[in-house]
Structures are given as structure tokens and as C-alpha cells.
Design a protein around this ligand. Structure first.
Ligand SMILES: Cc1cc2nc3c(=O)[nH]c(=O)nc-3n(C[C@H](O)[C@H](O)[C@H](O)COP(=O)(O)OP(=O)(O)OC[C@H]3O[C@@H](n4cnc5c(N)ncnc54)[C@H](O)[C@@H]3O)c2cc1C
Length: 423
């Protein structure tokens, strides 16, 4: 069966980036056919609530949908759900044809890869036991929710954002929770020591056990998981185990197409891959990021904001319009009643300033490199977050000696750039 027509834009991956890319093409006046293909058997939906409101039982799967079928119909965007693109053939004259796992053939004139990421798998004895879960999709979340409904104990392997969000949601449901983190601190890859220490205390205050420097030997159980065994012989009871140890970008199609991949699909600041006629955006893409100051190192971000912004840039590029990704990265994580908002990229910081008291669960950590503000973690401090995000966007800074002064709103301490911003 052949779907779509030869002058169609084919977008592979029907989630945050893919849907935004299609929407932006329409906003930019593109009236050519758009085919959006996703391998999940659902209409496109948002992932962030999966580990938060959905798992804690505050919303249902209906609340996850972010564009209705009517919206896709009105915008003449054909959505093929439950179809995996297995291979893509490029024609020498441009365009090509994709083939789905079910044998459907989709001709296209222009191609966008928004294939996202998938959970990094753990290799341990017992990892395949029923009751051991990963969380990326709505189906994963539904399976976890079903098990949590009768579970008394959850062990979370991995103290990153997904693991801690699931831990907090399960705790809200009255489940006993232990988080096992291999590193000496929580979310150590992303946040400062102050923020890590705060999370440790805050989750312990809410009744979650956290084991740092955890060395896991195996998962116990015969018909289903019953516990997690550490290498010192300790066994932690578990009716359910959640493995949250990060994600890996989905680059198989890009590799098959011969595109450059290096920790993600390599794109330039216009979201062009190494084949300039193919764009990529979202969790699958790695790009030179102007906010990783200095030499613009390649950065792959895993956030809704990044997926949306790269998708807009990729759409403009497909339309032949000049486009450049120049937006301050930002991210949020909700764990119980703790809202973290991060603005900027803290990689390579050489100093931090603590603003406020972590004990009060309202504070910010500002990151500096060579005396310049580069990022902030804001815990239940939305005004600090907005001030930093806006300052970074203008190339402005907050002098470190003013940043800790709680009596002055952060935005009043912002110092505007004297020279035009390089970002
Ligand atoms: C539980 C959870 C909570 C999160 N919370 C937050 C948060 O609080 N804040 C935040 O900023 N971000 C959060 N994120 C991250 C955010 O959801 C991602 O950054 C975002 O979804 C990336 O969008 P994307 O479109 O690039 O990729 P994805 O959402 O991964 O979508 C890619 C889609 O492509 C499909 N696909 C891949 N290959 C093929 C193929 N060959 N054929 C067909 N389809 C294919 C995939 O199945 C998937 O549906 C969270 C993620 C998860 C899983």
C-alpha cells in the first residue's frame, strides 16, 4: 500500500518535536502534504505528566493528548500511528520513499527525523522479571500505574529526574519507596552539589529511602521481582522496580541513511543533518549550542522546550527560510510539591552562588563561569527563574556578589551587557 504523495513532507516520530514541526510548517504557510508517522499506537501525547500527575493518579490518559484528531484534520496533517519506519530509500534526484514495518510505502519530497530517545537498558541478573519497568511511553506508564495500584514497595534504580519523579508519585500513593543511586549524589550529571543535597534531604523528609553509591548485584524473584540485591548482600523488598538510568537517542534510521551521528544525529544550528536536505530535531539531535559558551560544543538536550524550539527551526529550514537555534535552554521537574526550573546550561561552571535557604525549600543556585552567569537551578522560585532566563537571553548577567542578596529581587540585580551579545 502506498500512503501520501510524492511531494509530501515525511516526519518520522510523532511526539513533541514531530507535531511541532508539522504545526510550524502550516504556520509558515506550507500547503504541501504532511505525513507524520509514529510507532506508538496512540495519538501524539505529552510525556512529562507520565511520571508526575498521571502516575500519582491526578489525571488520566485522556489528559495527555495535546492535539486533537480534529486539529490534525483541520491542518491537513496525516497521522499514521502504530507504524514503524523500518527503512528509508533516498532517490538520487532528491526525495525518496520510506517503508514501514507493515510494508506500507510512503513517498516523500522532504524528510524530518524526530525519532526521540529510548531508555538506556540495564544488564543485570533478573532484569527481565515481570515487575521490572522502564518509563518512556504512555504504555509504560499504564503498566507501572497498574502495578503500583497493588504494590507495597517500589525500588527505583537511578536517582535522576525520571527516577525521582516516579519515586515522589509512588510515595504520594502510599507505596514504600527506595531509590538506589550509583553515584555519590542525586541528579549529579545535571545539578550542583547544593541542589543534589537538597533533593536528598527533601525526599528523605517525605519518607523516601535513598541509598547513594549503591552497587546492585541482581534482582531477586522467580515469577516476578521480589527484591533488589546489593553487592553487600542486603536485599531491598520490591513488588515493582523502575529502572531510570537515562536515555539513548534513536539514531538507527540516521545511521542507515549514512548521516553523521555522534552521540545523536549531528545537526547544525539550522537543524540540518550532514545531508542538508534532511532535518532532525528534539531528543535525537545533537547541535552546537550557543549557551554552552565558548567554543559552542555539541549538546544533546532532553527537554520539551528544546524539542519545540528545534522543531520550529527545522520547519523554517525546510521552508528555505533562514533559521538559527538561539534560545536559552530551560527545563523543569516536578517532584511532589517541589518545582525545579533550570535556565541555561551549567556545564563547565567554576563557581556557584546560593540564593536563599534550601531548608525552606525555596532557593536558587546560580552558576558562574569566569564571573559570568551561565545558568540557575530555581527551586520553588519562579521569579528567580524568569529573571535568569530573561537575563541570559539578552546576554546580561547578575554579579555574583549581588545574587545572594534575598532582599533584592533578582531581576533588579541584572546588569545589561555593555557589548552586543555573542549568543
Ligand atoms: C516520563 C517522562 C517525563 C518527562 N518530564 C519532562 C519534564 O518535566 N520537563 C521536560 O522538559 N522534559 C521532560 N521529559 C522529556 C521530554 O518528554 C522529551 O524531551 C520530549 O518528549 C522529546 O520529544 P521528541 O519529539 O524529541 O522525542 P520523543 O518524545 O521521544 O518522540 C519520538 C517519537 O518517535 C517515535 N519513533 C522513533 N523511531 C521511529 C520510527 N522509526 N518510526 C516511527 N516512529 C518512531 C518514538 O516512538 C516516539 O514516539 C520527560 C520525558 C519522560 C519520558
Amino acid at each position: 500500500m502506498t500512503t501520501g504523495i510524492a511531494d509530501a513532507t515525511l516526519i518520522i516520530g510523532a511526539s513533541q518535536a514531530g507535531v511541532q514541526l508539522a504545526a510550524t510548517l502550516r504556520e509558515l504557510g506550507d500547503d504541501r502534504p504532511i505525513v507524520l508517522v509514529g510507532d506508538e499506537p496512540h495519538a501524539p501525547y505529552q510525556r512529562p505528566p507520565l511520571s508526575k500527575a498521571y502516575l500519582s493518579g491526578e489525571i488520566t490518559s485522556d489528559d495527555l493528548v495535546f492535539r486533537t484528531p480534529e486539529w490534525f484534520a483541520q491542518h491537513h496533517i496525516e497521522v499514521l500511528a502504530g507504524e514503524t519506519i523500518a527503512a528509508v530509500d533516498r532517490h538520487a534526484t532528491g526525495g525518496g520513499e520510506a517503508v514501514t514495518g507493515s510494508g506500507r510505502r510512503i513517498p516523500f519530497a522532504r524528510l524530518a527525523l524526530t525519532t526521540g530517545a529510548e531508555p538506556r537498558r540495564l544488564d543485570l541478573p533478573g532484569i527481565d522479571l515481570p515487575g521490572v519497568h522502564y518509563l518512556r511511553t504512555a504504555d509504560d506508564a499504564a503498566a507501572i500505574a497498574a502495578r503500583l495500584a497493588t504494590a507495597r514497595s517500589l525500588v527505583v534504580i537511578g536517582g535522576g529526574f525520571i527516577g525521582l519523579e516516579v519515586a515522589a508519585s509512588a510515595r504520594k500513593r502510599g507505596v514504600a519507596v527506595t531509590v538506589l543511586e550509583a553515584a555519590p549524589r542525586l541528579v549529579g550529571r545535571v545539578v550542583s552539589e547544593q541542589t543534589s543535597a537538597f533533593y536528598l534531604d527533601a525526599h528523605r523528609r517525605r519518607g523516601i529511602d535513598v541509598v547513594l553509591d549503591a552497587r546492585i548485584a541482581s534482582l531477586d524473584g522467580t515469577d516476578a521481582v521480589t527484591g533488589v540485591r546489593l553487592d553487600d548482600g542486603t536485599v531491598i523488598a520490591a513488588d515493582i522496580v523502575l529502572v531510570g538510568i537515562g536515555v539513548v537517542p534513536r539514531i538507527d534510521l540516521a545511521t542507515q541513511l549514512g548521516l553523521q551521528v555522534d552521540g545523536g544525529i549531528v545537526v547544525d544550528s539550522a537543524c540540518r543533518t550532514s545531508d542538508p536536505s534532511i532535518v532532525a530535531a528534539g531528543d535525537c539531535a545533537i547541535m552546537p549550542n550557543p549557551y554552552a559558551r565558548g567554543s559552542m560544543p555539541m549538546v544533546r538536550l532532553e527537554s520539551v522546550h528544546n524539542a519545540l524550539e528545534q522543531a520550529k527551526v527545522a520547519a523554517a529550514t525546510l521552508m528555505g527560510q533562514p533559521a538559527d537555534y538561539r534560545t536559552v535552554p530551560w527545563f523543569w521537574s516536578d517532584q511532589a510539591d517541589i518545582k525545579l526550573q533550570i535556565a541555561g546550561l551549567s556545564t563547565g561552571y567554576d563557581a556557584t552562588v546560593l540564593r536563599g535557604d534550601p531548608e525552606s525549600e525555596k532557593f536558587s543556585v546560580l552558576y558562574y563561569r569566569d564571573g559570568e552567569l551561565i545558568a540557575a537551578d530555581c527551586i520553588n522560585q519562579p521569579l528567580d527563574f524568569m529573571a535568569v532566563r530573561s537575563a541570559l537571553g539578552r546576554g546580561a548577567t547578575v554579579p555574583a556578589d549581588a545574587a545572594a542578596d534575598l532582599s533584592t529581587p533578582l531581576k533588579k540585580s541584572v546588569v545589561e551587557p555593555t557589548a552586543p551579545s555573542l549568543v
